[in-house]
Design a protein around this ligand. Structure first.
Ligand code: AMP
Length: 209
């Protein structure tokens, strides 16, 4: 099963991808995570990627496509994958279409106002990648799964969040039309479980086909 998770930054794509990975045995491929790994290496390429990310701008298409191509050619992707954060431009989608066929595109829908509230209080575990939120009940600042202190992503600061949403509106939202023949839309207004249930039912049906 080859899936794309489409939606604004902070709409809940990462959380949904982890739920799907757990139940359907396909890897989550997040271009943002791949770029952050490069950035943390401190290499010249990593620093270049970090400067795009810290300002909320998109990494140029050629570089993004090359990194994505390398990743999906690895053996764990032979039964499929979930793309989280790719494609983000029509150009990326057009190139992807020449590489492989996508079965379904899940659009994760949430109002921008709610996204801003969630993103500025989002916290990540550097150890296991779990995502938490400083406004959730029981939040302690440490990961609920492994106890590691959580951190805030540099690009989850308010000004950068606003830039990222503008970039989404301009460059990425046209993909909703591009993929209209294979789109499944879900609202992420509720809890992660409430968001996941209709997606799970839909994917079970897709898998049975
Ligand atoms: P994310 O973790 O998906 O929110 O991505 C973090 C940042 O990585 C984005 O704000 C972009 O700077 C960059 N990025 C991630 N995926 C892409 C992509 N498909 N195309 C261009 N830039 C990307």
């Amino acid at each position: 099963m080859k899936l794309i998770l489409l939606g604004a930054p902070g709409s809940g794509k990462g959380t949904l991808a982890k739920q799907i990975t757990r139940d359907f045995d396909i890897p989550q491929i997040s271009t943002g995570d791949l770029f952050r790994q490069f950035a943390s290496s401190g290499s010249k390429l990593g620093l270049e990627l970090k400067s795009y990310m810290d300002s909320g701008k998109l990494v140029p298409d050629e570089l993004t496509i090359q990194i994505l191509k390398d990743r999906i050619s690895q053996s764990d992707c032979k039964n499929g994958f979930i793309l989280d954060g790719f494609p983000r431009t029509i150009k990326q989608a057009e190139v992807l279409r020449t590489i492989t066929e996508i079965d379904s595109v899940i659009l994760v829908d949430l109002a921008f106002e709610e996204i801003i509230n969630r993103l500025v209080s989002r916290r990540i575990c550097p150890q296991c990648g779990d995502i938490d939120n400083a406004s959730y009940e029981g939040y302690t600042g440490n990961c609920r799964k492994c106890g590691t202190p959580l951190y805030q992503r540099d690009d989850d600061k308010l000004e950068t969040v606003k830039n990222r949403l503008e970039v989404y509106e301009k460059n990425t939202s046209p993909l909703i039309d591009f993929y209209s023949d294979r789109l499944f839309k879900v609202s992420s207004k509720g809890t992660p479980e409430e968001t996941y249930q209709p997606v799970k039912t839909f994917l079970k049906g897709l898998e049975a086909k």
